[in-house]
Ligand binder design. Sequence first.
Ligand code: ADP
Ligand code: ASP
Ligand code: MG
Length: 475
Amino acid sequence: MSLVVMKFGGTSVEDPAAIARTAAIVAGRVASGRQPVVVVSAMAKVTDQLLRSAAAAAQGDRTGALAISSRLRARHRDTACALVKNAADSAALIDFIDQKFDSLDEVLRGLAAILELTPRISDLVASYGERVSSRIVAAAFKERGIDAVHVDARDIIITDSQFQKAIPLDGVIEKRSAEKLRPLISQGKVPVMGGFIASNEAGITTTLGRGGSDFTGALLGGALTADTIEIWTDVDGIMTCDPRVCPDALRVKVISFEEAAEMAYFGAKVLHPATILPAVKKNIPVLVLNSRNPGCEGTRIISLAPHCKSPFKSIAVKKKLSIIDVVASRMLMTHGYLSEIFAIFDKHKCPVDMVSTSEVSVSLTVDSNEKLPAIAADLSQLADVKYEGKKALICMVGEDIRGQNGMAAQVFAAIRHINVRMISQGASEINMSFMIEEEDADEAVRSLHAAFFQNPDPAIFDVEARKGQLLAPSS
Ligand code: ADP
Ligand code: ASP
Ligand code: MG
């Protein structure tokens, strides 16, 4: 039977209506003879609120932290009551929710007493979102006739101990999936588990990093050698740019693994950057689908995308970046100089997005973070250092820019009114990236979209939807 890992994001489980839609989608897969394994995120915005409660508690605001937790408890209880009417199942579910929020409250009180939030405790607090959402979804599925079983993802997704961005241990995950999920699957049951959360080999809770539920879906898809991995979200698929920024965004019908990975890495929030890897390794197609519009065919991510007449498939934006200029006033570009610079970023475990060098200076871009002052202090032992925040990286992705002449000229002509700080093309041959001020980012995306998606290739993009949009006002 064909196995499909179905991952539903926060908006697909945000309230009773969304969870009921999700149940109908899964039931549809079962009815068509497929075997789903379901992964769900926390209900929309819950992870943010949990992390806010932890931060408040660690700053001594015990009352504020407990108030957030109490609102979250009420939201989950109300959702559970609206979805599960069977008295025994409902009582067991409410009891589970209460137990989890009681233990969260204990953690928050502890934080308010010790006034320190470690990455390990941050992961523990964040984990409650997926722990309760997955339990509620499993109960809602059962009530709707799906033979669902709740599985604690922390028993399957095993990672190292890098809290807040833990690295999965593929071999262990494969073994645990075989031991704990296979038997359920062979009985035709539908396992339902939380995304994002995991544990290290000692059983301590870790997380895969923000947006990590996609990654859980892909890891399970890889471990179980699924036929397909489906990422269900709140838009029709991967679009030519963020539809919140540019309403003209078109659905990309088909995209290659390599293009999707570049897009995700360079900020397109629709997919977590690591999602693609487990799928690529086993050549498992990934579909991005809309749980609010399940009839839409979404985006298919496959190893080799067909040739596209337009050079670009999509425009991604990564905001909240900083640019660091290292100016070698005392030491010209000598042998070993770059490695010394990178050793400092390595020491602070700070990934670098883009690099550009000249004879006397090196510019690097990184996620703005609290490590910057310490990194700059270390770098200033080598050279003069300046850093500035509030930058955005725009990344134009497309396999068909390979070997096209004059592409850069066309890109920069489209945004000639915007000041560009740093440019990179070539590293992967399928992306062209440049850095601008964050405040210019939305305007740049709209200008580029207007310039490059005027006559989209109907084999690759959903041009029918645009025709519909154009007709709508007059009809
Ligand atoms: P989920 O909770 O389902 O994981 P996310 O909020 O993480 O959903 O990702 C979906 C959002 O990603 C969309 O609502 C959309 O605004 C945003 N997004 C950014 N870039 C793109 C893009 N190129 N295509 C589609 N969505 C995008
Ligand atoms: N709930 C987690 C987050 O908000 C993981 C996810 O939704 O993918 O980051
Ligand atoms: Mg997401």
